[in-house]
Ligand binder design. Structure first.
Ligand SMILES: *Cc1c(COP(=O)(O)O)cnc(C)c1O
Length: 382
């Protein structure tokens, strides 16, 4: 059986259309941020119903820019869930601010409101919520329970196309940061995007993305005053996306709806078939949310499971099926554990997710027989 099967955890769906787009971008001679990035930004903004979208080199750099543009700096605390990819917290560190880790809800894998309330201090400047694996956090509910001077920022790395009560991810707080890494629903190789309805925030983030220059590369290049160099009044960065990536993004965003629909079909089949495996819990899908299905993450019940999570993963691997832990818990990673003297017992939800979560293969090249095979293997485990 193992010889017949090789089901990967995730496979990017890119092909001929992306090839053609890259070629036309190279033929145009404009390789750095230019017309294709602009087109991608416009399509992305439209899809997420926001006034502004700014492409970046990754979600990590998008998070950094977003925090800088929100004025986060030394002395500030930013509340971050502990069960997330490390860069959510790293971006806060880059700004010289303190990431205050918060526990998560094991039902949804997302930040726990109860835990947020406990972590708020007079120094809390923002809450950086993470729509993990593509499920939106209920930002409205959080807003109703906290003071309005605390900013809400969104890590939307997994949430392109997700929404809650009809409002898209990236429009729920002051700004959102998306990822186009190949593990996410749509990809540009590496890449990211900031979304915001706030025009001033957007101009500042745009300036910081381009070394802090007061005029854009494009207008400088095409302007009538060749002697003009911009002035720089802030410390900026080079976080610009290339036009080659922008061209891939334009093709990928047009496929986002289809990608999500196909993944949703597979996810529903998983949920149905896994109901027969009592020691595995399928992800929860609240009815007010459109899940983006970046990953299909289950939880192994350590009490009733015949083997622990890691042994289950080994069994799948031996039979040609890739799997991964959902993600890691930041309080268990050495840099954070040492720097902030964190203890596991303060984060029971995130610790349990780190130890017992199991992401099963989910991507747009999978078929329903692949899903059936994965579940059959899980059934076999005794
Ligand atoms: C993938 C991911 C990131 C990082 O995205 P990059 O584009 O690789 O920098 C950040 N946060 C979360 C929650 C992620 O899943």
């Amino acid at each position: 059986m193992a010889d017949d099967y090789n089901i990967q955890i995730s496979v990017p769906t890119v092909g001929d259309e992306e090839w053609c787009a890259i070629k036309s971008s190279i033929d145009s001679g404009w390789l750095t941020q230019g017309p294709k990035v602009k087109e991608f930004e416009n399509l992305f903004a439209e899809k997420h119903q926001v006034r502004n979208a700014l492409a970046t080199t990754s979600c990590t750099t998008a998070l950094h820019l977003m925090l800088l543009a929100a004025g986060i700096g030394p002395g500030d605390e930013v509340i971050v869930p502990s069960f997330t990819w490390i860069s959510t917290a790293n971006a806060v560190e880059y700004c010289g601010a303190k990431p205050v880790l918060c526990d998560v809800d094991v039902e949804t894998y997302n930040i726990s409101l109860e835990s947020i309330i406990k972590k708020i201090t007079p120094n809390t400047k923002a809450i950086l919520v993470v729509h993990l694996f593509g499920l939106c956090v209920d930002v409205e509910l959080i807003k109703s329970q906290i003071k309005s001077n605390i900013l809400i920022l969104e890590d939307c790395a997994c949430a392109a196309g997700a929404s809650i009560r009809g409002i898209p991810a990236g429009k729920l707080g002051l700004a959102g940061a998306f990822s186009f890494h190949p593990r996410k629903s749509i990809t540009t190789g590496e890449g990211g995007m900031i979304t915001t309805d706030d025009d001033n925030f957007s101009s500042l983030a745009s300036k910081l993305r381009n070394h802090g220059a007061q005029i854009s590369e494009e207008s400088r290049h095409s302007g009538a005053k060749p002697y003009l160099l911009p002035d720089f009044d802030v410390l900026g960065y080079n976080y610009r996306m290339t036009d080659i990536q922008g061209a891939i993004g334009v093709v990928q965003i047009s496929k986002l709806n289809r990608f999500i629909m196909e993944r949703e079909q597979l996810a529903k089949l998983y949920v149905e078939l896994l109901s027969e495996v009592p020691w595995i819990k399928s992800p929860v899908i609240p009815i007010d949310r459109q899940h983006a299905w970046q990953s299909f993450v289950t939880m192994i019940d350590p009490k009733s499971s015949p083997r622990n999570r890691d042994l289950v993963m080994e069994y799948l691997h031996q039979n040609g099926v890739a799997s991964r832990p959902g993600t890691h818990a930041i309080h268990m990673l050495s840099y954070y554990k040492k720097k902030y003297s964190l203890s596991q017992s303060d984060f029971p939800g995130a610790t349990s997710c780190a130890l017992n979560s199991l992401a099963l293969p989910l991507h747009n090249k999978m078929t329903s027989s692949d899903v059936k095979y994965v579940v059959k293997l899980l059934h076999e485990i005794k």
